[in-house]
Design a protein around this ligand. Structure first.
Ligand code: OSB
Ligand code: MG
Length: 368
């Protein structure tokens, strides 16, 4: 498809409630939306970087810079025939996976609209509904946490993920486990521990958790191997898996028993599929992570999570969990069985409301 024009919009949207992790507390989420014109069609993509480099070194600032100065000029006016062609064209740009993934998402949307196929169909996903859970941020006290979790359970979520950090780990998880003995429960440390401080996590083995997500630093795949040997609970890697290669390293080093797939972290949906397939070949289950996406990114996540080796519930909650107002006509809601239905329209299957994009935009830029 001949890329005619790329419009970048830097958005800042208020969250329904503050979200606190081991790397900080936010009340608003930034992201970059890409509107790509090609062949008389428009495709949308979302860059899931945030304002601060807390989860990833990439920020909305770096992603804007890389997209405007390096990625867009390689593509505008060019005939990008398919996703592998796009990946080849940006191969010379080191890192910056979140920025690249934003364009890749828009390209999938364009290709799907051209061919009248949904992203799920293009990826070969069979599931039309995917199992989901909710990621619950750090709260002021274990009592408050139990209350917040109880509210999500009442809404129908059947799996809960708790954010933890040193000093706010075993106590929080135990309080939730005592209050709700039967629920599917897991925790996420977002790299807050070292091998030494992670010794405090041993009592989690008694709480029947599905997994412990990313306890150690992003580049500590080997230390995760050491920690996994000491724990009965499966270790799951998120931040460490920045490419299909890193997934292979983690599998070969036995650094984890589960992988969280966030396609953007790996460089795009195509790279997420590769991680999925590799894990499937090695018998490792995967699940779909979340980055507090708008409904654009959520539509994409649901399509990828329809692949068969997504065997644990994803961090893909209903639209109402995130923003009071979103940018699409469609709203994603939770089905009574703790699933969300995968969009069926062409491409991402969502219709963007330009006025909403404008409303939340701090800045817009066009490359043509
Ligand atoms: O580590 O999974 C994470 C949100 C932002 C950055 C990192 C993470 C998260 C979440 C939210 O846990 C999951 C969601 O989008 O519902
Ligand atoms: Mg995580």
């Amino acid at each position: 498809m001949k890329i005619e024009q790329i419009t970048l919009s830097l958005l800042r949207m208020p969250l329904v409630s503050a979200f606190e992790t081991s790397f900080g507390r936010i009340t608003h989420r930034e992201c970059i939306l890409l509107e790509v014109r090609a062949g008389g069609l428009t495709g949308w993509g979302e860059v899931v970087a945030d304002h601060d480099p807390g989860y990833s070194y990439e920020t909305t600032g770096t992603a804007w810079h890389i997209l405007e100065e390096f990625i867009a000029p390689l593509l505008v006016g060019q005939d990008v025939v398919d996703v592998p062609d796009f990946q080849r064209r940006v191969e010379g740009i080191r890192g910056h996976h979140l920025a690249k993934a934003g364009f890749e998402m828009a390209l999938w949307d364009l290709l799907g609209r051209r061919d009248g196929k949904s992203l799920r169909e293009m990826l070969g996903g069979q599931k039309t509904r995917v199992d989901v859970g909710v990621s619950v941020g750090l709260q002021e006290s274990p009592e408050k946490l139990v209350q917040v979790v109880g509210n999500y359970l009442a809404e129908g979520y059947q799996r809960v993920k708790l954010k933890i950090k040193p000093g706010r780990d075993v106590g929080d998880a135990r309080a939730v486990r005592m209050a709700f003995p039967e629920i599917k429960l897991q925790v996420d440390a977002n790299s807050a521990y070292t091998l030494e401080t992670a010794q405090a996590l041993h009592p989690l083995d008694d709480l029947d958790l599905l997994l412990i997500e990313q306890p150690l630093f992003e580049d500590d795949i080997w230390d995760h191997h050491k920690l996994q040997k000491e724990l009965n609970t499966p270790v799951c890697l998120d931040e460490s898996i920045v490419s299909p290669r890193h997934a292979r390293y983690a599998i070969e080093m036995q650094a984890c028993r589960v992988i969280n797939i966030k396609p953007a972290r790996c460089g795009g949906i195509s790279q997420g599929v590769m991680v999925h397939d590799l894990c499937q070949q090695h018998g490792l289950p995967v699940w779909h992570g979340g980055m507090l996406e708008t409904n654009i990114g959520r539509a994409s996540n649901l399509a990828l999570a329809s692949l068969p080796n997504f065997r644990l519930p994803g961090d893909i909650s209903a639209s109402a969990r995130y923003y009071p107002e979103d940018v699409t006509e469609q709203t994603f809601s939770l089905n009574p069985d703790s699933t969300i239905s995968v969009p069926e329209g062409p491409g991402l299957g969502v219709t963007v409301i330009p006025a909403q994009v404008k409303k939340f935009s701090l800045r817009q830029g066009v490359v043509k």
